[in-house]
Design a protein around this ligand. Structure first.
Ligand SMILES: NC(=O)C1=CN([C@@H]2O[C@H](COP(=O)(O)OP(=O)(O)OC[C@H]3O[C@@H](n4cnc5c(N)ncnc54)[C@H](OP(=O)(O)O)[C@@H]3O)[C@@H](O)[C@H]2O)[C@@H](O)CC1
Ligand SMILES: Nc1ncnc2c1ncn2[C@@H]1O[C@H](COP(=O)(O)OP(=O)(O)O)[C@@H](O)[C@H]1O
Ligand SMILES: [K+]
Length: 461
């Protein structure tokens, strides 16, 4: 801001915001627009954008929510363009009749939920037929964490400036944002080299996916060991193997009590009737899905010198010191309930603060943590950018889905990917496979596994 003429960044932001609003409205002339305006620059953006819409023939009403603490330049511009100003107490009807409500209440300068004056109007906007466009962020969410500590605006579209904020990528805040549109205001050279969050895109994943070379054989491609399933839950073993077979390893070895069930479905599996130590060499282990109370196997796997993926019962049975003492990397894949148990908090606390939960768990265990759920995050123990997966769909929430993910991620570990890459790529492919398989209809876990090759191809297209 210091290097540019006064207000230049805000003008760029307002121009992008007005253009996005115009796209949403289709026709601007004659439309009714209400601006909910807070005390800071977020309100300034809304006012300047409102002025642009008013100049194109929209009827624009500004509602300043913090008394006379309002962006003066923005307010003057709106008035010059023919916009009107109404007191919050008299704004209800305008909101009811609006085609578009612009949420300029608070942006990155805010914290906590909506305040008393704003919450009823935000609620009224949600109940009206108006489209709601949030400026930079839906007001009331925590920009840097994605937490929502009180009332918050629910937007159909969020127009954000310069960079995606964590709240636009992490639930529960993400759900408030609707569709997110990024407006480039020229901040790129000023952004820190290392972001807080990374969301892989197709090209990133394509570059990370293992591919066999001319000289490859099944052992060079990596062998993944699956120690999973029990007499009670043989299906977990079958599903973990189903994910592992499509994850890029050259072979899948299985140890555990569900060998018959695994072979019946996947005759290509190398089934061993011995424990992990004697089953033959692998390049990575997956331990835990459906494993019941077999703590011995978990300890045996953790004592190996290859990467280990700990999931489901394995998370519960693993001793923290044994994980911390490992020489090879560990990838833990809890859902919110499992993460909560390991952290000694309630499940709701993890779901409300996913970013800090993933980071905290990674630090405590000295392991990479893939936290599953409506937002999947991958955090490394040493800090650094957290990976957030953008491909998921709620259709993935089906029994056994996590077993497929752990097999897939384990297979990528065996193929040589670092834990954060194996986790990030597995979540990406799993989410994409879920989307492709579901296509708007319910799916079962084995559908996800069977669609992994399509997702893999899609990434290379
Ligand atoms: N940075 C950039 O390069 C660019 C930034 N730009 C824009 O500026 C925005 C940031 O503007 P900003 O810094 O003026 O803060 P902003 O979010 O408007 O909050 C202001 C005040 O609100 C208050 N407040 C706090 N919590 C609250 C709550 N829950 N509910 C209600 N009010 C609450 C609190 O004051 P308090 O009342 O506590 O004294 C706080 O100081 C950014 O999001 C983007 O839109 C663009 O123009 C492009 C360039
Ligand atoms: N609401 C949701 N939106 C997107 N993905 C979800 C949602 N709920 C669950 N998932 C995904 O579905 C999978 C469920 O895994 P998990 O909870 O371990 O189930 P299971 O133990 O039945 O295999 C995970 O990949 C998780 O990220
Ligand atoms: K806002």
């Amino acid at each position: 801001m210091a290097r540019l003429p006064d207000g230049a960044l805000m003008q760029r932001a307002a121009a992008g915001l007005a253009a996005a609003c115009a796209d949403l409205l289709g026709r601007v002339y004659g439309r009714r627009v209400v601006l909910l305006v807070g005390s800071g620059d977020n309100g300034g953006d809304a006012l300047y954008a409102g002025a642009r819409l008013a100049r194109r023939g929209a009827g624009v009403t500004a509602v300043p929510l913090a008394g006379d603490r309002v962006h003066c330049g923005g307010l003057a511009a709106l008035r010059r363009a023919g916009g009107v100003v109404v007191h919050p107490d008299a704004a209800g009807e305008a909101v009811d009749r609006a085609d578009l409500v612009v949420d300029g209440i608070v942006g990155i300068g805010g914290t906590g939920g909506l305040r008393a004056g704003a919450a009823p109007l935000a609620e009224r906007a949600a109940r009206s037929g108006a489209a709601v466009v949030a400026v930079d962020l839906p007001s009331g969410v925590e920009a840097d964490s994605g937490e929502v500590r009180g009332d918050a605006v629910r937007a159909d579209l969020t127009v954000t400036f310069g960079a995606h904020k964590p709240a636009l990528l992490i639930d529960p805040a993400r759900e408030h944002a609707g569709t997110v549109r990024l407006v480039d205001i020229g901040l790129r050279p000023e952004l820190p080299a290392e972001p807080e969050l990374e969301a892989l895109q197709h090209a990133d994943v394509a570059a990370l996916l293992p591919a066999p070379a001319a000289e490859s054989d099944k052992y060079r491609r990596g062998v993944v060991g699956i120690a999973a399933g029990s007499a009670r839950y043989p299906g977990a073993a079958v599903l973990a193997v189903s994910g592992a077979l499509r994850g890029g390893a050259g072979a899948v070895r299985y140890v555990g009590p569900a060998g018959e069930a695994v072979l019946a479905r996947f005759p290509e599996t190398l089934v061993s009737d011995r424990g992990p130590h004697e089953a033959g060499r692998v390049q990575a282990w997956v331990v835990g899905p459906g494993a019941g109370d077999d703590a011995g196997t978990v300890a045996e796997v953790l004592a190996t010198d290859v990467p280990v993926l700990l999931d489901a019962d394995g998370l519960r049975l693993a001793a923290r010191d044994a994980v911390r003492a490992r020489s090879a990397p560990t990838l833990m894949t809890p859902h919110a309930g499992e993460a909560a148990a390991l952290l000694g908090v309630a499940r709701e606390e993890v779901e409300a603060a996913r970013l800090s939960a993933a980071r905290e768990l990674a630090a405590r265990y000295g392991a990479t943590v893939l936290l599953k759920g409506s937002t999947t995050l991958v955090a490394d123990p040493g800090g650094g950018p957290v990976r957030v997966n953008a491909t998921g769909t709620p259709w993935l929430a089906t029994a056994g889905s996590g077993d497929v993910l752990s097999g897939l991620a384990g297979s990528l570990l065996a193929a040589g990917l670092a834990p954060r890459d194996a986790g990030g790529v597995a979540a990406y492919l799993h989410g994409l496979a879920g989307r492709l398989a579901a296509h708007g209809a319910p799916i079962a876990a084995h559908d996800i596994a069977e669609t992994i090759p399509s997702a893999w191809r899609d990434v290379h297209d």
